[in-house]
Design a protein around this ligand. Sequence first.
Ligand code: AMP
Length: 192
Amino acid sequence: MLNLVISGAPGCGKGTQSALIIEKYHLIHFSTGELLRTEINLGTPLGIEAGEYINKGNLVPDEMIIDIITNAIHNLCKTCPGIIFDGFPRTVEQAEALEKLMNGLGIPVSAMIELKVPDRDLMNRLLIRGETSGRTDDNLETIKKRLDVFKSKTAPVTDYYSSLDKYHSIDGVGTLDEVFERICDVLDTEML
Ligand code: AMP
């Protein structure tokens, strides 16, 4: 199985690139952001609680996310070609929990890829996306907060995967196809 973690600051293109990766490598998509937005739209207690963090640009607490992931993973098909984790793990605690969970199931995380994009480009991309996304967290104030949270909480996750020899940095600047080609180069090496 090819079990991938795709990471990067908000607006780095991980959602778009995930869609291309899924199509080519037939992976199951796992986006904690999308799972949370579904809960918010359904107005569930979990969604209401999560919404309070999301709308301020904060991370949803680790325990909540780890519970969601643990339940969802057990419902996944273990014989699928693989899973792509998009927007998860976002803290070292989540990464450690995922490692334990996947190793325990005998389907370890194969690699983590991080899309690197300069801050200025991220801001522009997110503000443009905000005009059409309908996402309540795509506004200037929340975007700034999300970028700060990424640097303080999520950037250390790369060190964690480096220490496991699973980390790959990808230049996320360029056309959609150019970035995708860089990702495929890494994945095709990973799958050999
Ligand atoms: P995303 O769609 O991945 O950009 O996520 C949108 C928002 O959902 C984030 O800014 C967080 O508030 C929350 N969120 C998504 N995934 C996680 C996670 N793994 N841990 C904590 N909060 C998360």
